[in-house]
Design a protein around this ligand. Structure first.
Ligand code: SF4
Ligand code: SF4
Length: 715
């Protein structure tokens, strides 16, 4: 429906690839545990903020920084070159190698050399290029390409790696990490000594000293940059920092999400060629390290990206790769399915847009669930999800996307669409999706029968403070009991609740479908409505709606800012009110599911737990990392199989809790839970937190059972 056949096949084959699934799950698990342990020992939010500030400042000073670096590095004896694009960079490097009449080149891991296709280029010229990072070496042997920014062979299990080496070298190697590492060391050691040229990238370049900063754990980067007599470094323009002090902050910020350590084993600052002044204090180059250092500075689309307010944010990226392994989508499909030729994952899709074209990034854009997890983990707070949405809006929408977005724009059409969708006869759902593409989605998704929206009277007592209840489409069509419950609780606390019937969709679906025009039209309607009613507080029951009203509307309509400050999520708002007396008895256990937007976008981790505890519930969380349920609006329409796989992981965690009562703060997640749990015929009850609070209010305080919604899943 939304994606080309080839792209879909790529995703499906990744989902079915058992080895890939094992490799990804092992890596994600190890990565998360290490990251969490280190994060707990440092002031991570403070480090992130500092690193973000440094990156933003440096990006605004790049021409001066590059000038200063060039002057300092030249004084230290390095040779500096400027390459506009990949072709120029390849030619410059080839020329340096030619002048040295070298034949054997060793390389340390560098995504920029992948970006310019350096290995292929040099090999076509008859040169031998050997990768020395263990993962890179393995995938070079396999004729493969990296699937992760810092862990290139992440898609291979240790068993597959051992198989590969056995085949290539006719040896028997047990699939244990230690054995694999020892074997690689034995193979590569003599090559380091024979190589005439060492090629590296660099993590940073320091303007005040003309130094390259190179991080590594294996130690291969040190050998590549020390043993051969010539070192060539390829560095891109966004990597320049002003001072050594700034560089160290960025090094710390980069290492934590990358490897889960506080620092890498090796942090090299390379300032020109090796030298000695031991003989009468005269400078002689090429003591034990290289005699020559050549630094190629590459632009390749980055200067243009700096002119673009959105893309510029992505240039802060430190290429730590931390965001990839926490991305629920990457965790299922790995790095090879993203459309671009080099850079994997969400941030990789943006880098592909910068260095190649938005068209090549299309598949990656459509794979993003905009869950905001990556932003939470990013050491420099790059809003990857947001940037992908903005790239999506530069691409022409498909017919289906256009049509759906128009539905959201017109409430009455949407109502008809929802009503028809909920009545899709059973026999249609059984038609193979090869004949009826919509069945890829409909197969697992039960569309509830639309219920009549809750009618809210217009304000009666103007003296009371007013709450405007912004319901959102899902609640208005399918779950009006949630709005009803929320209004009863708010009314109990003496708020005048209004919820105008002509409120429009928040516009999130349209923006995610690539239809900014529709989003803007919807936002305008809601802004006019809110300005008319002048509420004291605007309460949302859906985290995406909250985020749009609070953050997106003021971004496009700055005059909405004062109103945006009044937007509160229901659970966040209610958590500050206490029940009239403590309800301590009979606490009921409830499995609490964090919606991604609620947790990572609104950052409201504690509020729903606080609220539920006050009102007779004992919220139980799944073990970290919290999983996505797979709904994510337009994402599940585009990627139904991926959505199902994500759900299956959530279901495993739900089952492990042995709880059958579920609470969450997102109507989209409620739909996802109800669709799948309903299909599987289990005795689960899924509620919005507002419904549970209303229920507790009625049972424990108002003592009038059954007056609030007691919506059960139809079994
Ligand atoms: S927003 Fe979520 S789905 Fe999109 S790239 Fe980031 S982590 Fe992945
Ligand atoms: S976007 Fe952030 S987390 Fe992802 S690679 Fe770049 S710096 Fe690291």
């Amino acid at each position: 429906m939304f994606r080309g056949h080839k792209s879909r096949q790529k995703v499906l084959s990744a989902l079915k690839n058992k080895d890939l699934q094992v490799a990804l799950s092992r890596a994600a698990n190890h990565h998360f545990q290490k990251f969490k342990a280190t994060q707990a020992q440092i002031n991570w939010p403070q480090l992130k903020e500092k690193a973000q500030r440094i990156r933003e400042k440096n990006l605004n000073q790049l021409p001066e920084l590059i000038r200063q670096f060039t002057s300092e590095a030249t004084q230290s004896g390095a040779h500096i070159y400027w390459a506009e694009d990949a072709d120029q960079a390849n030619k410059i490097i080839e020329e340096i190698i030619k002048q040295k009449q070298a034949k054997l080149i060793v390389k340390s891991k560098s995504m920029v050399t992948e970006e310019i296709g350096l290995n292929d280029y040099l090999q076509k010229k008859g040169l031998t290029v050997i990768e020395t990072d263990l993962g890179e070496w393995l995938i070079q042997l396999a004729g493969d390409r990296p699937s992760h920014l810092t862990a290139p062979a992440l898609h291979l299990t240790k068993e597959k790696m051992a198989e590969l080496l056995e085949k290539k070298f006719q040896v028997d190697i047990p699939p244990k990490p230690e054995n694999l590492v020892r074997f690689a060391r034995q193979q590569l050691r003599p090559i380091f000594y024979q190589a005439e040229i060492g090629i590296s990238g660099a993590n940073l370049a320091v303007a005040e000293t003309g130094s390259l900063v190179i991080l590594s754990n294996e130690g291969n980067a040190r050998l590549v940059t020390s043993l051969p007599s010539v070192h060539i470094a390829l560095i891109t323009i966004e990597k320049f920092v002003a001072t050594l002090e700034e560089a160290m902050t960025l090094v710390k910020a980069l290492v934590v999400p990358s490897s889960g350590n506080k620092i890498t084993t090796y942090v090299s600052f390379i300032t020109g060629p090796s030298r000695t002044t031991d003989i009468e204090k005269q400078v002689v180059f090429g003591a034990h390290g290289p005699q020559e250092v050549h630094i190629v500075i590459l632009d390749n689309g980055r200067s243009s990206a700096l002119e673009n307010e959105q893309l510029k944010k992505a240039l802060s990226c430190l290429k730590c790769g931390g965001c990839l392994l926490v991305c629920p989508v990457f965790q299922q499909v790995g790095g090879h399915v993203y459309g671009g030729p080099v850079y994997p994952g969400g941030i990789g899709t943006i880098l592909t847009t910068i260095t190649h074209s938005p068209k090549e990034a299309k598949l990656g854009v459509n794979l993003c669930a905009d869950c905001k997890r990556c932003e939470d983990f990013c050491p420099v707070n790059i809003p990857t999800g947001d940037l992908l949405v903005s790239i999506k809006n530069q691409l022409p929408p498909s017919g289906a996307e256009f049509f759906l977005s128009r539905l959201f724009r017109h409430f009455s059409l949407l109502k008809i669409g929802a009503s028809l969708g909920s009545r899709v006869p059973k026999f249609l759902r059984k038609i193979p999706s090869s004949l009826f593409a919509q069945n890829r989605w409909l197969k697992n998704k039960k569309i509830p029968l639309p219920s009549p929206s809750t009618k809210f009277p217009l304000p009666q007592e103007p003296s009371k403070p007013t709450v405007l209840l912004f319901q959102g489409c899902l609640i208005r069509f399918f779950f009006p009991s949630i709005a009803q419950a929320a209004s009863e609780v708010l009314a109990y606390f003496n708020w005048e609740v209004i919820s105008p019937p002509h409120q429009a969709c928040c516009g999130a679906p349209s923006l995610h479908l690539g239809r900014k025009e529709d989003f803007l039209a919807l936002a305008k309607k809601n802004i006019a409505l809110i300005s008319d009613f002048q509420p004291d507080v605007i309460i949302t029951l859906c985290p995406t709606g909250n985020s749009f009203l609070k953050k997106k509307y003021p971004e496009f309509f700055p005059e909405f800012k004062p109103w945006a400050e009044r937007v509160r999520d229901f659970s966040d708002f209610l958590a500050s009110f206490d029940p009239p007396f403590p309800i301590d008895q009979d606490k009921q256990k409830v499995f609490y599911h964090y919606s991604c937007h609620f947790l990572y976008d609104l950052g409201l981790k504690e509020k729903p737990l606080e609220l539920l505890k006050k009102w007779r519930y004992d919220p139980i969380l799944e073990n970290e990392p919290y999983t996505c349920c797979g709904f994510a609006g337009a994402f599940s329409l585009r990627n139904p199989e991926l959505s199902t796989q994500l759900w299956n992981k959530k279901k495993t965690k739900l089952e492990a809790s042995n709880l059958h009562l579920v609470a969450t703060d997102c109507p989209g997640c409620i739909w996802q839970f109800q669709s799948y749990l309903n299909n599987e015929n289990d005795n689960y009850q899924v509620f919005h937190t507002a419904e549970l609070i209303a229920k507790s209010l009625t049972t424990n305080i108002l003592n009038k059972e059954n007056t609030v919604s007691d919506q059960k899943i139809n079994l």
